[in-house]
Design a protein around this ligand. Structure first.
Ligand code: MIC
Ligand code: SF4
Length: 645
């Protein structure tokens, strides 16, 4: 009898190109769909071009314009001209600015049960809502996959998350996502995929599931996946995509590597308090917190059902005088539906500012709060500086809690509002894909538009047998990619320009870091656990490498960032004895030795502190493939070397 497989393993087995499905060993998966956007796509497309691929080989690859949209200077428009021309030429679909947020749109129009999606964005996980295995990665990994190669990752543990009961009135999927974060923290999901199951699923629509899948990345998990059941079929039917449906479920009696059970009936409205998504408290216990801004939207909570619930709460009411309420629906389709139903009038009538259907406030592109301000948001990250205002405090909540808070002016449990709204879905949603431009049938003639914001890719040299460099920073646990390369419109506008962007590396911690790093020439960063959590932005590896960062010595790394470090030739080194971080100080000189040709994956290497004379051991826990990149000066350098051989 065939082995009873969980859903994740079934999909992986059908896509397995290299390796075996043994937890912790490297596997290579074929990828059906890819997505990039206008924060990660510039590098991905420049790299795709540099790798010499003539045309994408996936079933469908898309570029979404949704992040980089303010256009306060020429930069964003240059980037969009580059991206749309590159899409045409290389065979990708291009979703224009104003069409919506990549994850929301991809679930609406393209996510397909049983397929694998790789996206150059950490919240690609959202696609798990329809029974698709949807994984985030750095842009270079996506570029390689678009060229037809497999995607590599260590085989995860599959954790079954069994949902029982049902959500009570005013308790929303966001509260479930926050409960999972409370349990797992921002690192408890590392190395795992969360596979949802159980009787509680029946009450969760695709958009509800999307909120939960979206925020699974905040636990450090690789992704989350839900079965493709009747609710998925209903959703796809409304999108005119019934033909994309196939049932997806674990085999009865399937085996998992871990279990978690959550009774939905036991949940209450929750909030992640500043400055981490796992700092989860009950909204009822936060009643006194006065609020300056409420922001509703982002790929976590901008769906039709979210927006309709917000409209129902706001209808006939007025936003509190001291609060600025901003609302950004997730896609043009949703905005059209809200308009047709008069829900937009209810939102505007209450005094909300309607924002473009885009990421916007979520990563500091507009709506930065006042100095020291409190902003209550429906997005997924509340890291320091994420809003664009360094000292602001962000609370992450459900749309219903956000709307209630906007009306009262202080954090408000929506259960105090009376009867909860009931959302009725239309038979079919407004379907119009005219803002998704197709590729040219024969791309080779299409010229790529390169304005001055599109800088050439930097190239890096191979290391010698040892590296000596200065300890640039000694940091704690859970350093985010927002700490390394901060969010905010002025920095986002430079995503196609490594020299310009590198001036902002670690700038929230130390504004002149880039100058100190350049002066040092070669350096190391020392950190605690889960270094590089958060966004997939490979720029947080590429730009530090450009400044001279040779290695990060940490207790552990976040998956996507570790892969990005290897892609750009920065050594990810793990302390064998974590206590040894205590002896390391900023400004000390370290030598990493033993990088000769006999180096093997998992090697234990010696690092010497030239200032104290002490040595300590570090593990280079990478695959052979990554070791080859590191020893060549990064993936592009390795490819160039192989091509020349
Ligand atoms: C984010 O939410 O942090 C972003 C902006 O969407 C990033 C992508 C990026 O910074 O390029 C992500 O989540 O990967
Ligand atoms: Fe956009 Fe925010 Fe979602 Fe990132 S988390 S994709 S910035 S909406």
């Amino acid at each position: 009898m065939a082995e009873a497989l969980n859903l994740t393993r079934k999909i992986m087995a059908a896509h397995l190109k290299e390796g075996r499905l043994e937890v912790g060993t490297e596997i290579g998966l074929s990828i059906d769909q890819t997505l990039v956007h206008d924060a990660t796509g510039q590098m991905a497309m420049l790299q795709f071009e540099a790798l010499g691929f003539p045309r994408v080989k996936t079933k469908r690859s898309l570029i979404y314009s949704d992040h980089n949209i303010l256009q306060v200077g020429f930069e964003n428009a240059d980037d969009h001209a580059f991206l749309s021309s590159a899409a045409k030429r290389f065979g990708l679909w291009y979703s224009k600015t104003g069409n919506g947020i990549c994850h929301q749109l991809n679930v609406e129009r393209f996510a397909t049960p049983g397929e694998i999606l790789l996206g150059a964005d950490s919240h690609t996980t959202t696609g798990g809502a329809v029974g698709q295995l949807a994984i985030g990665a750095g842009g270079l990994d996506v570029a390689v996959v678009m060229g037809g190669r497999p995607f590599f990752l260590p085989m995860p543990k599959i954790i079954r998350v069994t949902l029982t009961g049902s959500l009570k009135a005013w308790v929303r999927p966001k509260d479930l996502a926050l409960e999972i974060l409370r349990i797992l923290t921002v690192s408890g999901g590392r190395g795992a995929i969360l596979e949802f199951a159980g009787p509680g699923l029946a009450g969760l629509s695709v958009t509800d599931r999307a909120t939960v899948a979206n925020m699974s990345i905040e636990t450090g998990a690789i992704t989350a996946i839900f079965p493709a059941d009747q609710n998925v079929l209903d959703f796809l039917r409304r999108q005119g995509r019934e033909a994309d449906f196939s049932p997806q479920a674990a085999d009865p009696g399937a085996v998992y590597d871990g279990e978690l059970e959550i009774d939905l009936s036991s949940l209450e409205p929750l909030a992640a308090a500043p400055h981490s998504p796992d700092n989860v408290l009950k909204v009822a216990d936060l009643g006194g917190v006065k609020v300056n801004q409420v922001a509703i939207g982002s790929c976590t909570n901008s769906s039709f059902s979210d927006m309709m619930a917000v409209a129902a709460v706001l209808k006939g009411q007025r936003v509190a005088p001291g609060v600025s309420l901003v609302v950004a629906p997730g896609s043009r389709q949703i905005l059209m539906e809200l308009t047709k139903r008069g829900a937009l009038a209810d939102i505007v009538g209450a005094g909300a500012r309607i924002m473009e259907v885009a990421c916007g406030f979520c990563n500091g592109v507009g709506q930065a709060p006042q100095t020291g301000g409190i902003s209550v948001r429906t997005s997924n990250r509340n890291f320091p500086g994420r809003s664009g205002t360094a000292g602001a405090g962000l609370y992450l909540v459900s749309p219903e809690t956000a709307a209630a808070t906007a009306l009262k002016g202080f954090l408000t449990d929506p259960r105090t509002l009376g009867e909860a709204p009931v959302i009725v879905w239309p038979e079919t949603m407004e379907i119009d894909d005219s803002m998704i431009l197709p590729p040219a049938p024969e791309g080779s003639e299409v010229p790529i538009q390169r304005g001055p914001n599109i800088a050439p890719l930097p190239r890096f040299a191979a290391p010698g047998e040892s590296i000596t460099g200065e300890v640039m920073l000694v940091l704690g646990d859970n350093v985010t990619t927002d700490d390394i390369l901060p969010a905010g419109a002025h920095i986002l506008a430079l995503r196609a320009n490594v020299p310009a962007m590198s001036r902002f590396i670690f700038s929230n911690l130390e504004p002149a870091f880039h100058q100190r790093m350049k002066a040092a020439g070669t350096g190391f960063v020392v950190a605690g656990n889960n270094y590089g959590q958060g966004s997939s932005r490979e720029h947080a590896a590429l730009a530090p490498r450009y400044l001279g960062l040779a290695g990060v010595v940490a207790q552990s790394f976040a998956r996507i960032h570790k892969a990005n470090l290897c892609n750009f030739g920065i050594f990810p080194l793990e302390f064998v004895d974590p206590a040894q971080i205590a002896g390391l100080e900023k400004g000390h000189k370290l030598t990493l030795s033993g990088l000769g040709p006999n180096l093997s994956p998992g090697a234990i290497l010696t690092m010497s502190d030239l200032d104290t004379g002490q040595s300590f051991m570090v593990k280079l826990d990478v695959a052979q493939r990554q070791l080859d990149m590191l020893m060549a000066g990064g993936l592009l350098a390795l490819e160039a070397k192989l091509a020349a051989e």
